[in-house]
Design a binder for this molecule. Structure first.
Ligand code: G6D
Length: 347
């Protein structure tokens, strides 16, 4: 196990530091103190060749704005909040509408744009990078001083274990995710349309023309949204349903089967790489990179639509009439605790 720490620039007068971990068994991960953002994951293919498997900006300065939220820790609440407002204990809270008519991904200056404190813990079997941040009462309009800790454990057996913890002094909302765009082909050789995806999700949530959740829950069977059996991402992505058109591809929350742990499997037959995600969250937002920001990727690769797939494990976003709000409520002094495991390998 190796850990390297390097300065890559400044945000105001704070240093942006990149932590790079190599487990020396086929997994390399780099994470910034800026936004607790994963900037690189490299794994080996069937022939033992390393390649990038998440979209990464060539120019690391782009992580300061990070318009596509590449690898970022997104919060306080991931996804859109309908009309940028919510009520809690009879108080109304108004958020920044940075996503058209909605608020999105924690508002204008979300957790992805903050410098986090970092604590690195090294043992023989794993390296843990713990990121902590205090989000003050009414930051971006959310109530409560919220102490957050997210940690990434890189293990000897090629797992990345992502833990989210939090506690607030007032009732608030908390729904943090990681926003990596995966592409298992290695150095973005191909788009993700030939990757197969399998998820134990029997329902998905309808969206409107602004990408917001309407409150309607739709069974996946006989729809383009059925990934219960392994299916190529490209198979139905150009489908003609209203929901597929509204998203310009997949940009929808999927609900895991009730009483089952969330399981998502992504596989690229050509390289042999797979990723298995297991999560305690009840929902995964699948985003098939339907829009691009035009910024250059590692190895000088041009960014293209469908170059990556986001699998954002989280609570369902808050839709019309505050639907699904109850999932994201964190009561004062209650401990938030969620774990997601990303396992990498070849077959
Ligand atoms: C998210 O659902 C959203 C997309 O609509 C957005 O544009 C992307 O993040 C950057 O997953």
């Amino acid at each position: 196990m190796k850990l390297k720490r390097e300065s890559i620039g400044n945000l105001g007068n704070e240093e942006i530091i990149k932590y790079s971990v190599d487990n020396e068994k086929g997994l390399k991960v780099s994470i910034l103190n800026l936004g607790a953002t994963i900037t690189e994951i490299k794994t080996i293919d069937r022939n033992g060749e390393f390649g990038h498997i998440v979209l990464s900006y060539e120019d690391e300065k782009n992580y300061i704005e990070n318009p596509s939220y590449y690898g970022a820790t997104v919060g306080r609440t991931a996804g859109r909040i309908d009309k940028g407002r919510f009520t809690l204990n009879d108080n109304e809270y108004i958020l920044n509408k940075n996503y058209g008519v909605n608020s999105g991904h924690g508002g204008s200056v979300g957790f992805n744009k903050k410098i986090w404190n970092v604590n690195a813990i090294e043992t023989e079997e794993k390296i843990t990078l713990e990121f902590s941040y205090l989000s003050k009462d009414l930051e971006e309009g959310y109530p409560g001083n919220l102490e957050i800790k997210v940690s990434y454990e890189i293990t000897e057996d090629n797992k990345l274990i992502f833990k989210i913890q939090g506690v607030s002094d007032k009732d608030t909302l908390m729904n943090i995710t990681n926003h990596c765009y995966f592409n298992l082909s290695g150095d973005y050789k191909e788009d993700i349309l030939n990757h197969t995806l399998k998820m134990n999700c029997d329902r998905f949530l309808a969206i409107d023309e602004n990408g917001g959740v309407t409150g309607e829950i739709i069974p996946v069977n006989n729809t383009e949204f059925d990934f219960i059996e392994e299916k190529k991402i490209g198979q139905d992505i150009e489908g003609s349903s209203k929901q597929m058109k509204l998203g310009y591809g997949y940009d929808h929350p999927f609900m895991f089967n009730e009483n089952e742990k969330g399981n998502v499997e992504l596989y690229d037959e050509k390289s042999g790489r797979y990723m298995k995600v297991t999560t305690e969250y009840p929902c995964v937002v699948v985003y098939s990179q339907n829009f691009i920001d035009g910024l250059v990727l590692k190895e000088g690769k041009e960014t293209k639509k469908r170059n990556g797939i986001c699998l954002e494990v989280q609570y369902p976003p808050i839709g019309y009439n505050e639907s699904f709000k109850e999932f994201s409520i964190l009561k004062a002094h209650e401990i938030f605790n969620k774990e997601t495991i990303y396992e990498f390998g070849v077959k």
